[in-house]
Structures are given as C-alpha cells and as structure tokens.
Design a protein around this ligand. Structure first.
Ligand code: PLP
Length: 400
C-alpha cells in the first residue's frame, strides 16, 4: 500500500480546490454557478507577449537556458526593479523561476532547517504555511484582526520573533484580504526587524500593480538598505500581465541566497520554460499601459462588490487597498437559519450554503486562518459580479 512521506502527513488538498470541484459538479448538473473563488485575472495575456513567445519558439529558443534564467530576462528583471521600485539589483541577484510559487519554495528549501520558524501574518495565502511545513520549518501564524485592517502590528511582530525565527512573510497587497501596508506601517515593522538581524524578510509583491485610489506601493527593501541586505522579493508576471498559465516568476535578493536557491532549482525543475521566459521578457520590457487600464477596471469591480456587501444586513467588508480580493465578515449572520432549516454556525457553513442556494462560490476565511470571514475574488466581469451580488443579497434576505 501507498505510504506518503511524513512531511506530507499534515498536507491536504486545498480547500479552494475542493470548493472549485463542488462548483464544477453543480455546473455539470446545469446550475448557473458563478465562481468568485479563483485567484486569477479574467483578462487575456497581451498579444505582444504571445507573439514574442511564438517568435522565440520558431527561432529555436526551445532548449535549456541557464538555470536561473536567460541573461536577457535576468537583466530585464533587474531593470524592472530599478524602474518601478527604485531598487538596484545586479542580474546575479535575480532568479527566474516556474511561477512566483517556486521562488518561495526555493527559498524555504534553501534556508530552513528542522524547527526553524517563519512568522506568517494571518489570514494568509495557504501556500505559505504548507511550504514551510513541507520544508521542515515551523509556521508561526499571527492573527491580524479586522480592527488593524488585517495588518501585522509592530508589537505583534516583536512578540512573535524568537531565536529560531528565520523569515517574516509579508504579502502586500494581500491575498486574501486586499490589505496593503502604507510606508508608515511598513517602516514601523522594519524598525522591529532592525533590532533582530537574524530575521530575514520575504516580501511577496505579486499584487504590487493592483492598488487603488491614492495608494502608492513601496517595496520594504526600498525603505532601508540594511533590510534590503536580508530581503528576498517575490514577484512574477502571473497577476500583473494575466499570465498565470505561463508559470514565470522571479525573485531578487542577496547573491548568496540567490545562489543557494539556484542550487535547489538545479536539482528540481532546472530553468523555467524557455518560451515563457521569452514571453516574460516582452511583458517586462514592452508597453506597460495595460497595467493602469486593468487596474482601473479592477477598481470599479472592487467598488461594486464592497458596496453591495455593505448594503447587506449582517455582512461587513473593509475597503481593500489592492489585489483583487475582498475579505468580508459574516459574523452578523451566524446563528441565522436558512429557508431550508439549517442554522449557519460558521463561515464554512455560510459559504457552503451560498454555493448550494445561490450558486455563488466563495472561500471561507477559515481556509486562510481567520473566521468568520469569506473571500470574494472579483477578477471576473462586472456583469457576473452584479449577478452574484444580487443573488447573495436575495439569499441573505431569506435568512431568519
Ligand atoms: N503569491 C500570492 C500572494 C498569490 O496569491 C499567488 C497566486 O495565487 C502567488 C504568489 C503565485 O503566483 P504564481 O502563479 O506566479 O506562482
């Protein structure tokens, strides 16, 4: 019989995927399910990017590349950090990977020994804690409540750090809350890190281009040279350029760390897909106008969703600064009874009921470590969002 390794014992199939599977079942039965569960832009990859990939394939860029990416792509990534973040990195301080996910995985594999701790502000993207587990580390989750805008406070950070802490994970703007740290909030966290030089910062900036109103994204590494010297930035083209399927991410950090991550990569995936690298090169160096256009479109959707949720008695949604997620509280509806006679006791109950009764799929906060909330991914058309909000409104009005 099959026996999985101990390191996998605590790992389950992600709850998000399970909800997706149930949504597909309902769809197959003919129900008009609207899925607000996926973390993926509904836009298409830009044509210029697809054309660059096509040209690269025809020109024979179909063979192994250097492990950490082609020299042209690494130079383009270094230039991106200079242009957009005001950060100086040499190509040797940059690695291209199979998606942003692999940057994080390489980093944990390269740095975590058994028992090493990683501080993870909660709610968090579930992959963080799962990867720490798989790599033998200990995830230290810190609950960040709605009162602090789902953001880690300096006091919480100070209290979470021990001699075994290796990394602080920061994800701004955040999946699942859309919360983003202001410069002031970031500086206060960096002050704490400056007192603990053994703690490194893993800054996941994959949603940096999706920020609203007057919010200006600033990388923590740009705020302190001392912190930059122990920061790994995680980024990629998946969300900004609607390229989730191409699997191309990148990281930037001190050369010794990047070298260690390259060793991990050399014995796992080797170089990321050569054609995806050519596509990413075009995405990063070609016209950038689409970033602002798509962001404006996400902003309209955010407003639509947040306003609709806040108009429903018993629900509350903080207006997020970025990403394409809203994280709403359903506390006011817990204890209510559905027309089918079921009492809603948790956010899991609430989401399961909305999927069956209103055919809207969303993910309960419990999946991200914080209840009683639910995450709405609004990376879908305004027409679908309007319909979904109408269904949720109607369903909630039927609760007693
Ligand atoms: N980081 C965060 C916070 C994400 O939400 C995601 C995707 O959902 C990723 C990283 C992974 O991106 P990629 O598709 O490049 O692996």
């Amino acid at each position: 019989t099959f026996r999985p390794a101990k390191r996998l014992a605590a790992q389950k199939v992600s709850e998000i995927l399970q909800i997706g599977a149930r949504a597909s079942e309902l769809k197959a039965q003919g129900h008009p399910v609207i899925v607000l569960g996926a973390g993926e832009p509904d836009f298409a990859t830009p044509d210029n990017v697809i054309e660059a990939a096509h040209r690269a394939a025809l020109a024979g860029q179909t063979v192994y590349t250097p492990l950490a990416g082609t020299p042209a792509l690494r130079a383009a990534i270094a230039q991106k950090f200079k242009r957009e973040n005001g950060l100086d990195y040499s190509p040797a301080e940059v690695i291209a990977t199979a998606g942003a996910k692999q940057v994080i995985f390489n980093a944990f594999m390269a740095t975590l020994d058994a028992g090493d701790e990683v501080v993870i502000p909660t709610p968090y993207w579930t992959t963080y804690s799962a990867m720490v587990d798989i790599c033998g580390g200990v995830p230290v989750t810190v609950q960040c409540s709605g009162e602090t805008g789902f953001k880690l406070t300096p006091e919480q950070l100070e209290a979470a750090i021990t001699p075994k802490t290796r990394w602080l994970m920061l994800n701004s703007p955040s999946n699942p809350t859309g919360a983003a740290y202001s410069v002031d909030e970031t500086l206060k966290l960096l002050e704490v890190l400056e007192r603990h030089p053994h703690v490194w910062l893993l800054s996941d900036e994959i949603y940096e281009h999706i920020v609203y109103d007057d919010f200006a994204f600033v990388s923590p590494a740009a705020l302190s040279p001392a912190i930059k010297a122990r920061t790994l930035i995680v980024n990629g083209v998946s969300k900004a350029y609607a390229m989730t399927g191409w699997r191309l991410g990148y990281g930037a950090g001190p050369e010794a760390l990047i070298r260690a991550m390259t060793v991990v990569q050399s014995q796992s995936t080797s170089n990321p897909c050569s054609i995806a690298q050519a596509a990413a090169l075009e995405a990063l160096t070609g016209p950038q106008d689409l970033l602002a256009e798509r962001c404006a479109s996400f902003r309209a959707r955010r407003d639509l969703v947040v306003d609709a949720i806040n108009a429903i008695e018993g629900l509350y949604c903080r207006k997020p600064e970025g990403a394409f997620y809203a994280f709403a509280s359903c506390e006011g509806l817990l204890g209510s009874t559905t027309p089918e006679g079921k009492t809603l006791k948790s956010d899991r109950d609430f989401c399961a009921w909305l999927l069956e009764a209103a055919h809207v799929a969303m993910v309960p906060g419990a999946a991200f470590g914080l209840s009683p909330y639910f995450r709405i991914s609004y990376a879908t058309s305004e027409a679908e969002l309007t319909e979904a909000m109408a269904r949720i409104t109607k369903a909630c009005a039927g609760l007693v």
